[in-house]
Ligand binder design. Sequence first.
Ligand code: G
Ligand code: G
Ligand code: NA
Ligand code: MN
Length: 254
Amino acid sequence: QERRRRFAQAIDGDELRLHYQPQVDMASGEVVGVEALVRWQHPQEGLLAPGQFLPDIAGTSLEVDLGEWVLSQALCQLQAWREAGITLPVSVNISPAHLLQEAFPERLAVLLEGNPQVPARLLNLEVLETAAMHDVDTAMAVIRRCQTLGVHVAIDDFGTGFSSLTYLRQLPVDLIKIDKSFVRDMLTDPGDMAIIESIIYMANRFDRAMLAEGVESLEHARALFRVGCTLAQGFGIARPMPATHVPKWLDEWP
Ligand code: G
Ligand code: G
Ligand code: NA
Ligand code: MN
């Protein structure tokens, strides 16, 4: 497919960018990290969001190539920020193709060794609940081996996979990200609020940290705080931004 060939060129031709969206603790005001989100700076079509190209490469080896690029780029950025005196954990989205690859932890180890000044604990892998569901045993083994390297693992879009309870028990993740679809309507839809409260209850029972995504307003932030979720990410806190904007944002953040 033409689109795929073009994307392969984009990886090699330096057309991909990472934007970073802050994650904060509303209780302490602390910035706990940033999530790396890929963009394609297309020479003709402009800055493309993942939704405009990820579907084209889903299930192909390009997904693995993209993941490699994102990981090494994020590690370079971690190193650059540390050299600038900024110690900031970075979360990276890992595609199902990577999570279900038994060789992935070794590959990750090599990438980490390539950046010896970056402590592994500053890297956080976000895996999709739905990806883990395809093959729980492999996902579990891969997650554990990544954690052995020192990296943290979060389960992304939590609650959208319909088997949340079982997977929460089996997957040894450090952080649960409450999907933004539940957060969006939590103020008006009692069903969504009930799901959020249930996720928080479960996360506490299983002793996992949790973060709400899609926090767009102060009202959302307050409501989440009230039900016991203090970690948050969303347009109401900050939009994803280029790495060059992050130091200024950190300076201005309360
Ligand atoms: O940034 P945006 O809201 O457009 O992202 C849309 C989707 O693309 C999200 O579900 C996000 O998880 C995914 N995404 C963003 N960056 C990456 C990436 O580097 N790798 C993978 N696999 N998915 C990503
Ligand atoms: O699937 P994932 O959780 O990785 O999705 C991250 C995506 O969500 C990013 O592409 C980001 O642009 C988007 N996003 C981040 N904050 C908000 C928000 O407050 N509202 C909405 N609608 N999308 C958000
Ligand atoms: Na994510
Ligand atoms: Mn998500």
